[in-house]
Design a protein around this ligand. Structure first.
Ligand code: SF4
Length: 381
């Protein structure tokens, strides 16, 4: 199997989106956010392209302006704002990153990382925005981001995309492995002018491969079962395949729908309004409760009387047993196992650290316990 890092990411985000994009290869127009990001990336490539003369800030901004297409924005005001944001990003970047100070090794360069599972060889591919050589003689991989949200340092240290780049680098330059050279990996958040960096060492390579193997195995299993289910997630609002997605089917139905003579759209609006009122009431109730509790504390009272009733507060105590002592008592009676319960969250954490074959065994020991559907309200952006 040959698949890009983006394909791996997409599968994890939503198997059905993966099917639309990488199996059926349905073509969709690029979103305005994607077009904006592509143009910024192109401008930064032009800026760092090795040459005798470094482009001036004016030349950089001109490149952006010449290639700008505001027609993808439905609203002219939004187009103006986005253009101004692009100009600001490039100006800030230029001020902080004068190209002559960097030793650029490669720009927008492709990589591939071989992954062996049994006798099968898979290739994970991708593109790296920029590779530099740092003054400390390290390779530095830089990925530009045009998103607003910046992750924590901990997330960057564990970021799989950066680890996959590291794997690609190790495949391209074996000295990284042979001489155990660390690689600096960085995410440059252009809207904030912040570069978040981390180091990857040779010792990290195996864990990255394990991670990818797990993902490829899941993709293969899904292929085999032909079950690419939709996985609604926070990025659905930006998904180009909403019109093809069963989860969003109702959104694109033009005619009015009824159930027992009730207009479904009107019911949804009622539901949203009542929910809002109920949330406001809950908030108010909490505020009153907090004030009364403070008053009780101040006055040393445990009950308060109104015209329609009275409020009391009582002490609730919850106890925890000491696990070792309990075990000593119950184990000889053969009852210890009866009270043990599997902690799903802890199990999930342990599974990640186990060898692949054990992970597989645990996976096959999993049984559907119960299933039910719930309703939740998602507000329009
Ligand atoms: S809209 Fe959401 S659930 Fe549907 S395919 Fe796209 S990402 Fe998946």
């Amino acid at each position: 199997m040959r698949l890009s890092y983006s394909a791996l990411e997409t599968f994890k985000q939503c198997p059905l989106k993966f099917k639309f994009q990488y199996v059926e290869r349905i073509k969709t127009p690029k979103s305005k956010e994607a077009l904006f990001g592509t143009l910024i990336h192109k401008a930064l490539k032009v800026l760092h392209e090795p040459g005798l003369v470094v482009p001036t800030e004016e030349e950089l901004l001109k490149f952006f302006a010449d290639n700008w297409d505001g027609s993808v924005y439905q609203d002219e005001q939004l187009a103006v704002l986005a253009f101004a944001q692009g100009i600001k990003i490039l100006k800030d970047y230029y001020a902080k990153n004068y190209p002559a100070q960097f030793n650029v090794v490669a720009l927008e360069t492709s990589f591939e990382a071989p992954i062996k599972i049994g006798d099968d060889l898979h290739l994970v591919t991708g593109k790296i925005d920029r590779i530099d050589k740092t003054p400390e003689n390290l390779f530095e991989v830089i990925d530009y981001k045009t998103t607003k949200k910046m992750p924590s340092q901990e997330t960057v240290d564990k970021d799989l995309q950066l680890s996959v780049y590291h794997l690609g680098m190790a495949n391209r330059w074996p000295s990284i492995v042979n001489e155990k050279r660390p690689v600096k990996v960085s995410l440059y958040y252009l809207k904030h002018g912040e570069k978040l960096s981390s180091l990857r060492n040779v010792e990290n390579l195996e864990a990255t491969k394990e991670n990818i193997i797990r993902d490829i195995e899941q993709i293969e299993q899904t292929h085999k079962a032909g079950k690419f289910d939709p996985r609604p997630n926070a990025l659905c609002d930006w998904c180009e395949f909403q019109r093809n997605c069963p989860f969003f089917r109702h959104k694109f139905v033009e005619e009015k729908l009824f159930f027992n003579d009730q207009d479904i759209k009107a019911l949804i609006n009622d539901y949203a309004n009542i929910k809002k009122e109920s949330e406001e009431r809950d908030k108010k109730l909490n505020e009153i409760k907090n004030t009364l509790v403070k008053f009780m504390d101040q006055q040393g009272l445990e009950s308060l009387f109104g015209d329609d009733g009275y409020i009391t507060r009582s002490l609730i105590q919850r106890f925890k047993y000491d696990a070792d002592s309990l075990r000593q008592i119950l184990e000889p009676l053969g009852r210890w196992q009866n009270i043990l319960k599997i902690d799903d969250a802890k199990l999930k954490k342990i599974i990640k650290e186990l060898p692949r074959d054990l992970r597989g065994k645990i996976e096959s020991a999993r049984k559907l316990d119960k299933e039910y559907k719930t309703i939740s309200l998602k507000k329009k952006k």
